[in-house]
Ligand binder design. Structure first.
Ligand code: ADP
Ligand code: MG
Length: 718
């Protein structure tokens, strides 16, 4: 064995004594027992010796078998040391750490955990349940997690932790099993206080331009942040309750979509966005956009929904308004296209009607009543007259009809129109009038306003034909506000007369409403409707700078509202000329249409005037320049291939400024009318088809004046 060292420590001294005792015991045993065991320790080695009696060289001896187990002792020591080191380290850790047994009873807790949970070493939490560290509502959840840990899992979960003094703090708790000899003997948990982190989160959340919310697995939801005006009259709790729990404030039509979305989120880990409406206490509707995502635990359990709500009411409103404006624009463009087309057809049609009506009239004048042909001509002129009226309506729609604006009191015209209509109205229909008698005047053609009222009322009666009902006519003055001007962008005047005609009749669906202002659009049988009524109304109202809108609900009724601009100043009234006495004179007539040329020549000749008819404006100009003083009046068509009637008038006017020109057109009115044509000497418009009496009166009117240019109205285009 080993040499003794001169200085021995207490421990070594003790070991020596122990060993001496052992040897003594051994010599005693030697004499008594056959085998024995003894463990003895040297200074550097721990050994176990077994002594066995035996025979060696024919002598009885004692065999010693020594087993060195100093390594085992060393490893036990190392373990103890590492455990000590671990404890020391744990104590240094800036995080709360505790261990529990399999029942959850705390068996170890570091110093930081005393601080974190506000325990003092006196009331230290050894021996208490680790579950008491989380709020009672979450203990069940903690138990589930503890079970998972007992099965060897590592779990990280957020809890609301509770301190000894009952104060709360959010904590992330990491728990793992303590395993000894392959068996779980307890759990070890590390607690991270999330308070500061949450504070940082909160500032971040509060900066998000939406309302952030969190729903737990049972559907309980709290709002974590709020936009200042989000709640309106609601308290936060009311809002959470009515929006997330009961869903009472969600618009009925949107509830199903929301329920379906939540179900999707519960069943799969996904995100989605949806828009829905909420109805506020005052009945107003707000649009919300809800972006949400589901949360699942590591073991696949649904844990809740995190989401953010944006108030998108303004955006939706703007979209709706844009949509409305676009739809209005489309409708207007369609009507304008149809108007141009219809105006063109009407123009050509008037060219065709001119000879028909002209020859028929001449036939009537040329025959005595007894002759059979007389009746035929009468029939032709009546039919042509009918066609002329139809064309006039189309022209009214395409705003190409001649009108005679005047200062008009709408309430007066409503009164007159109703007087006319009343006998035609069945007794099952009640008429109610709410007319503001102080409504200001408008500038319009009274006969056209009359027509607007008659057409709208006729439609209203027809819609209530079968069931009867109430016809309401309202008239007030309004000053459009910004909102209204946005919806009806063509309303530029300061104030308008608002005329509403409403019925409680059949109403219309969206598809019908889209097309009602189109000419010839009708849903009525052949003898009841032509489909021109509303197109004429539209043409008239817009030609005076007004607007007409419709609001209709199927089986409920319809309201048409026309806005007509109020005229404040007295406008120059267009004087109506008396028909002067018959006169004689020389006329240069220009029209590219041979049939018109022919009939007009006959008519003008018949009226006693000398006429030179030319189909080419260039030739006419040539002819005129040869002797400008030869003609008393020029009558020219407006639309011709070489140059327009206006251009011709301009050129003629240069040669002879005093020369009166009559402009003849298939359009009753033309765009060029907006510029003052009197500067080219154009003093009259003549509408095709021309009637003899009208022609006579106009020509005579001009010629009878001694100085024809004095008959022009300075401010008028007529
Ligand atoms: P018409 O009356 O000859 O059919 P309109 O241009 O006056 O032509 O009207 C076009 C269509 O608009 C009608 O056929 C009808 O379908 C619809 N309509 C117009 N006014 C009303 C109303 N007050 N109630 C229900 N439908 C209406
Ligand atoms: Mg009608």
């Amino acid at each position: 064995m080993q040499k003794e060292t001169p200085e021995l420590s207490i421990e070594q001294e003790q070991l020596r004594t122990e060993n001496a005792a052992l040897r003594k015991k051994l010599s005693e045993i030697e004499r008594k027992t056959a085998t024995y065991e003894a463990a003895y320790r040297t200074f550097n080695m721990v050994a176990e010796a077994t002594h066995v009696r035996g025979i060696w060289n024919n002598k009885p001896v004692l065999f010693e078998i020594s087993l060195d187990f100093s390594e085992r002792v060393l490893s036990d020591q190392t373990l103890r040391e590492s455990e000590k080191r671990f404890r020391e380290l744990t104590e240094l850790l800036p995080l709360a750490l505790f261990e529990t047994d399999l029942k959850g009873i705390i068996t170890y807790a570091n110093k930081k955990s005393f601080d974190t949970f506000r325990h003092t070493p006196e009331n230290q939490h050894l021996g208490i349940s680790g579950f008491s560290f989380c709020i009672p509502q979450q203990r069940e959840k903690a138990l589930v997690i503890f079970e998972a840990v007992k099965h060897g899992n590592h779990v990280s979960k957020e809890f609301m932790a509770i301190r000894k003094d009952d104060s709360l703090f959010p904590a992330q708790i990491y728990t793992l099993p303590i395993i000894q000899s392959g068996l779980v003997i307890g759990a070890r948990s590390l607690v991270v206080d999330l308070t500061e982190l949450k504070k940082a989160d909160k500032t971040l959340i509060n900066n998000i331009p939406g309302a952030v919310y969190r729903t737990n697995d049972e559907g309980k939801t709290i709002m974590l942040s709020m936009i200042s005006d989000f709640l309106q009259d609601y308290t936060k709790e009311e809002f959470e309750n009515e929006l997330f729990e009961t869903g009472a404030m969600i618009h009925l039509e949107d509830r199903n979509a929301l329920v379906a979305a939540n179900q999707t989120l519960r069943s799969s880990n996904t995100s989605l966005a949806l828009c829905f409406r909420i109805v506020m206490k005052n009945g107003s509707i707000r649009w919300l956009e809800d972006r949400k995502t589901s949360a699942f635990s590591q073991n696949g359990l649904f844990t809740g929904i995190d989401g953010i709500l944006f108030d998108i009411t303004e955006r939706i409103m703007a979209q709706e308004e844009k949509h409305h404006l676009e739809s209005n624009l489309r409708k207007t463009q369609r009507l304008e296209t149809i108007g141009t087309l219809a105006g063109g057809i009407a123009h050509d049609f008037n060219n065709i009607l001119t000879p028909i009506l002209g020859y028929a009239e001449m036939g009537v004048f040329g025959l005595s009543k007894e002759e059979p042909l007389y009746d035929y001509f009468i029939e032709i002129s009546q039919a042509a007259e009918h066609a002329k009226n139809l064309v006039a309506q189309i022209l009214a729609f395409s705003k190409a009809q001649e009108n005679t604006p005047d200062i008009v009191s709408v309430q007066k015209i409503v009164g007159e129109a109703l007087k006319l209509l009343r006998p035609l109205i069945p007794s099952t229909i009640t008429i109610e009038q709410h007319l503001d008698n102080f409504c200001p005047n408008i500038l319009a053609d009274p006969s056209q306003i009359h027509q607007v009222i008659v057409n709208l009322c006729t439609n209203a009666f027809q819609a209530m034909d079968e069931s009867g009902g109430l016809l309401k006519i309202e008239l007030t003055e309004i000053h459009p506000d910004a909102g209204m001007r946005k919806l009806l962008p063509k309303l530029h005047a300061e104030s308008y007369v608002k005329l509403s005609i409403s019925d409680t009749g059949t109403g219309m669906d969206e598809t019908t409403m889209e097309r009602i202002f189109e000419p010839f659009f009708t849903t009525k049988s052949v003898n009841k409707g032509t489909g021109l009524g509303l197109s004429v109304v539209h043409g008239i109202v817009t030609s005076f700078g007004g607007e007409i809108i419709v609001d209709s609900h199927k089986e409920k009724g319809t309201t048409f509202t026309a806005y007509l601009p109020v005229i404040k100043e007295e406008t120059v009234k267009v004087a109506i000329q008396d028909i002067p006495a018959k006169g004689k004179g020389s006329i240069l007539f220009v029209d590219d249409e041979p049939s018109v040329l022919k009939i007009m020549t006959m008519m003008i000749t018949k009226l006693g005037f000398r006429i030179e008819a030319m189909s080419s404006p260039l030739q006419a100009l040539e002819q005129f320049r040869q002797n400008p003083e030869r003609y008393d009046i020029i009558i020219t068509d407006l639309t011709m291939p070489e140059m327009t009637g206006i251009e011709l008038a301009e050129k003629l006017h240069k040669s002879r400024p005093q020369l009166p020109v009559i402009l003849m057109t298939g359009y009753g009115k033309d765009m060029e009318q907006t510029i003052c044509l009197s500067q080219y000497g154009i003093c009259k418009f003549l509408k095709k088809p021309v009637k003899q009496a009208e022609l006579a009166s106009i020509i005579n009117g001009i010629i009878s004046e001694k100085t024809p240019n004095l008959t022009y109205h300075e401010n008028s285009c007529y």
